[in-house]
Write a protein that binds this ligand. Structure first.
Ligand SMILES: Cc1ncc(C[n+]2csc(CCOP(=O)(O)OP(=O)(O)O)c2C)c(N)n1
Ligand SMILES: [Mg+2]
Length: 536
């Protein structure tokens, strides 16, 4: 059996249905053999940033391994930013990277490059196929590593001259790989954690993406209920570890050390569930002085604000169950729910970003959301009612992810209405993803919040310097032609400039759910979202 066939068959056996990618000469044998019986289908993306983010969206929406193919050195280079995002968000990805034919690699041919060195900083592990003898081993090893907690992108480098090489007969049969299982915390540690939580007057749980990857949303909700404690979601969590409507859900923490220190100061014990700790954007001072404990899998945990009473590498689902079982019910504490944010009454006649976000969220309570709405993200999180797993954001701060991720999410959940809510700046990094959406005949809705600027950067500018805006952050000369963009890719387009048009268009959308739709919502460029002060 050829290496390419072995790889495709073992991917399929391990649940991989699609390879998102942008191929080149070095991967032609792989592309040629995909899409046959019991092999994944190749989904063409028009650039590598889009390909990786599509695979990332697909993996997040299915909570399973996704594959992406990147062309040799420049292709890998183009995908690095998106691999960084997948790494930060613990997405299980297998990146198949093509490499030059080794018969002339020493002559520095085109596309030759230091692939291992390029991939290493953004990969959980990097493997290179060197011969037909080691190929089955490294392919299985790459799959196993990608499927083992904590998840992250794993890179497998395949030189062109090896794709069609024959594997030894004894190694031929592709099999589901054995993945090392992770146990829950021990009885002893569970007892310590019960005491840690039970002795506290006001404990709080902090959830990260690992709760989602461990499928522990019900367990975290049950423990929080029994404990009468709130669950905060760590800043920049790119998936939803708990339903936004859960009574114990207390909101996303802001990515600001000083603000989260204040917000958490009423709690005397914090149990962090996964992650490395909390992540801020701009520097502010602050220190979480209360006692902390941690359960998770990413062992690069940082002890930023003092050491942990206890830190356990363990499966979250069974750990939370065991702690729940051992814990006696506690009288509920007050103020659990997410802070309520009132919509201001707007009279300018132009569209205010907050009222637009409020209206679209109310119009589609059942949708799955992919959010890269820039400065409006805090508004979205104030009002959204999505269930666990129905809300995604890049999680790394690296924008350009959302549009292609929306394509991946739609391919994973074809029965759901997927809405990307995306800033006009964020929309333009990988707009070619619209072609893949059209080619795959998807039915995505993208709402572009068109304020003709990088409003987030003006807000950061103000936080850093007290200057309110820079001309450089304007996107209005020329205005981005979203109508033309939609036409270029065969998407339906509507331009919305008034409340009345917004309501009418949303009603039309509810009535029919066919094809890809781009709604350009032209906002009052001078209005800022009402929660903008919490953005940094
Ligand atoms: C890959 C990447 N490049 C650049 C940035 C810096 N950046 C952060 S927010 C932003 C502007 C976002 O603009 P838009 O999507 O229009 O949202 P708005 O700020 O207007 O609400 C930029 C360029 C980034 N975060 N990631
Ligand atoms: Mg903008």
């Amino acid at each position: 059996m050829q290496i390419s066939d072995y790889l495709l068959k073992i991917l399929h056996m391990n649940g991989v249905r699609f390879i998102f990618g942008n191929p080149g000469t070095t991967e032609i044998p792989l592309v040629r053999r995909s899409g046959q019986a019991e092999t994944p289908m190749y989904v063409i993306a028009l650039n590598e940033l889009a390909a990786v983010a599509m695979a990332d969206g697909y993996a997040r929406a299915t909570r399973s391994l996704a594959a992406v193919n990147l062309h040799a050195a420049p292709g890998l280079g183009n995908g690095i930013g998106a691999l960084y995002t997948a790494q930060v968000s613990h997405t299980p990805l297998l990146a198949l990277v093509g490499a030059q034919d080794r018969r002339h690699a020493h002559t520095a041919p085109t596309l030759h490059g230091p692939l291992v060195e390029m991939a290493t900083p953004v990969a959980k592990a990097t493997y290179t196929l060197a011969s037909p003898y080691d190929a089955p081993f490294y392919i299985k090893q790459a799959l196993r590593t990608a499927l083992t907690f904590p998840f992250g992108p794993v890179v497998l480098i395949c030189p062109l001259d090896l794709w069609e090489a024959e594997i030894e007969e004894s190694e031929e049969t592709p099999v589901p790989v054995t993945v090392p299982a992770l146990a829950g915390v021990s009885e002893h540690d569970a007892q310590l954690l019960v005491r840690f939580l039970g002795d506290a007057h006001h404990p709080a749980l902090i959830a990260t993406d690992e709760v989602y990857w461990n499928k522990a949303e019900e367990e975290i909700a049950a423990l929080a209920r029994k404990l009468g404690a709130p669950v905060y979601v760590a800043p920049y969590t790119g998936v939803t570890p708990l339903s936004f409507t859960d009574p114990q859900f207390a909101g996303f923490l802001p990515p600001n050390r000083q603000t989260w220190t204040t917000r958490l100061q009423g709690h005397d014990a914090l149990l962090l569930l996964g992650g490395k700790g909390l992540r801020a954007t701009l520097y502010t001072p602050g220190r979480l002085r209360q006692q902390k404990a941690w359960i998770g899998q990413d062992t690069s945990l940082l002890g930023l604000d003092g050491e942990y009473v206890l830190a356990c590498v363990a499966d979250l689902r069974s750990s939370l169950r065991l702690i729940h079982e051992k814990l006696s019910p506690v009288k509920p504490h007050e103020n659990v729910s997410r802070a309520s944010v009132e919509l201001p009454s707007v009279v300018s006649g132009k569209l205010h970003p907050s009222s637009v976000v409020h209206t679209v969220l109310r119009a589609f309570p059942q949708a799955v959301w992919v959010d890269e709405s820039g400065l409006s993200t805090t508004d979205v999180r104030a009002w959204i009612t999505a269930a666990a797993g129905d809300y995604f954001s890049n999680g790394s701060g690296g924008i350009g992810w959302a549009l292609p991720a929306t394509v991946g999410v739609q391919m994973a959940r074809s029965d759901r209405h997927i809405i990307g809510i995306i800033g006009d700046g964020s929309m333009m990094y990988a707009s070619e993803a619209m072609w893949t959406a059209a080619h795959q005949r998807l039915h995505i809705t993208v709402i572009v919040l068109a304020n003709a600027r990088y409003a987030t950067l003006n807000t950061a500018l103000y936080a850093l310097t007290r200057q309110s805006a820079l001309e450089v952050f304007s996107l209005d000369t020329p205005a981005i032609g979203f109508a033309h963009l939609a036409r270029a890719y065969g998407w339906y387009y509507a331009c919305i400039e008034t409340e009345e048009a917004l309501n009418r268009t949303l009603a039309d959308l509810l009535a029919q759910n066919e094809g890809n739709r781009l709604l350009e919502v032209r906002l009052d460029p001078d209005a800022v979202p009402i929660t903008a002060s919490e953005h940094f």
